[in-house]
Write a protein that binds this ligand. Structure first.
Ligand code: IMP
Ligand code: MG
Length: 332
């Protein structure tokens, strides 16, 4: 399982797509909230922004499923399926709740949601409200989705039991969790490892590894606390200025936060760590081929993370493309 350790935008799309290729994933299943997520995948000179389908599409052998806990916007789902030409390997659970125009209007039209919380405006919060009220429409009621409907928990558990390679892709980040995050500046659901498992219908004992992803600095979009926040000018100077995938807003930025890291590892029961954007903070990383090639400050930083969390940092992002990764699992 892959989860986000900060406030989303840690680079989950890049890590998920790398693992889909490297670990020959047979199945990748999306958990998390819904199309408020935007996972960027830079692959063969193009950048894809995934909002509904798992990032494992880069591996043509990988099935791409959406678990029943995830909210589905049929327009976005169907467009992604067609744009990527993955009609034959995409599936959605009949129990996914459906985002309708009214949810988007309620999200964007509410001063509280739009202005105070600064949501993504994708209708996710109001749709989860309707799901809890048990009035939301489900994927099984949408004729356009008919050809994609599959029993996702059954297919996922069967694949695990058959020894296939299965990756569960979480979205958002630990501190956007409705339960564990910076309430009320959070998303409309828990998004830690326990909930991602529930989103796809896999019990906790079947998860071999929880890989938590952190970026080498912290960003967040929308409102809410951000310890050590720097100004937009400083972020630009450091090369940390980013634009949000879904909303196009500027992301706020802060230095790497060891306290959040330690707590996120605890909340997710993480067993491994990936650190992305190492090359942004330590530019000489770009040319490194292995952990031992990294500049000294970079190895010191990684060792400190391992010291604080007591789990290994196994993957390091050193460039934008899917392949720009140092994989320390190979050094063992
Ligand atoms: P909502 O999930 O659209 O209701 O937005 C609630 C808060 O979560 C806002 O601060 C959003 O910016 C943030 N958020 C939700 N999904 C993501 C994501 O995938 N990446 C980054 N921030 C997110
Ligand atoms: Mg994102």
């Amino acid at each position: 399982m892959i989860v986000g350790g900060f406030y989303g935008d840690e680079g989950k799309g890049k890590i998920a797509s790398y693992l889909a290729l490297k670990d020959s994933a047979n199945l990748m299943v999306r958990g998390g909230v819904g199309p408020n997520a935007g996972h960027s995948v830079s692959w063969k000179g193009r950048t894809y922004k995934m909002r509904m389908l798992p990032s494992g599409f880069v591996n043509p052998e990988c099935r791409l499923l959406v678990g029943p806990g995830v909210l589905v916007d049929p327009n976005i789902f169907l467009k992604e399926v067609t744009d990527l030409g993955v009609e034959h390997r995409a599936g959605v659970d009949p129990q996914c709740a459906i985002i309708e125009a009214d949810h988007i209007e309620r999200d964007r039209g509410s001063d509280y949601l739009k202005k105070k919380i600064a949501t993504t405006g994708t209708g996710c919060g109001p749709c989860n409200v309707d799901r809890v009220a048990r009035i939301a429409k489900l994927a099984r009621d949408v004729p356009q989705l008919k050809q994609y409907i599959v029993d996702v928990p059954l297919e996922t558990n069967t694949a695990i039991d058959d020894g296939k390679n299965v990756i569960l892709e979480g979205t958002q980040g630990t501190f956007l969790s409705l339960f564990h995050g910076t309430y009320p500046y959070v998303t409309s659901k828990d998004v830690t490892a326990g909930s991602i498992a529930a989103d796809v219908g896999v019990g906790p004992k079947k998860i071999d590894d929880v890989l938590i992803i952190f970026k080498a600095y912290v960003t967040r979009v929308g409102e809410g606390p951000l310890a050590g926040e720097i100004t937009e000018e400083d972020a630009t100077e450091k090369g940390w200025a980013e634009v949000a995938t879904v909303t196009g807003r500027s992301r706020r930025a802060a230095p790497f936060d060891f306290n959040l890291t330690k707590r996120a590892v605890m909340l997710n029961g993480a067993t491994q760590i990936a650190i992305t954007k190492m090359d942004t903070v330590f530019p000489e990383c770009k040319n490194s081929k292995s952990f031992h090639d990294l500049p000294k400050e970079a190895t010191k930083f990684i060792k400190k993370i391992e010291d604080v969390t007591k789990i290994p940092v196994t993957l390091l992002g050193i460039g934008p493309s899917v392949e720009d990764i140092i994989d320390r699992r190979e050094e063992q």
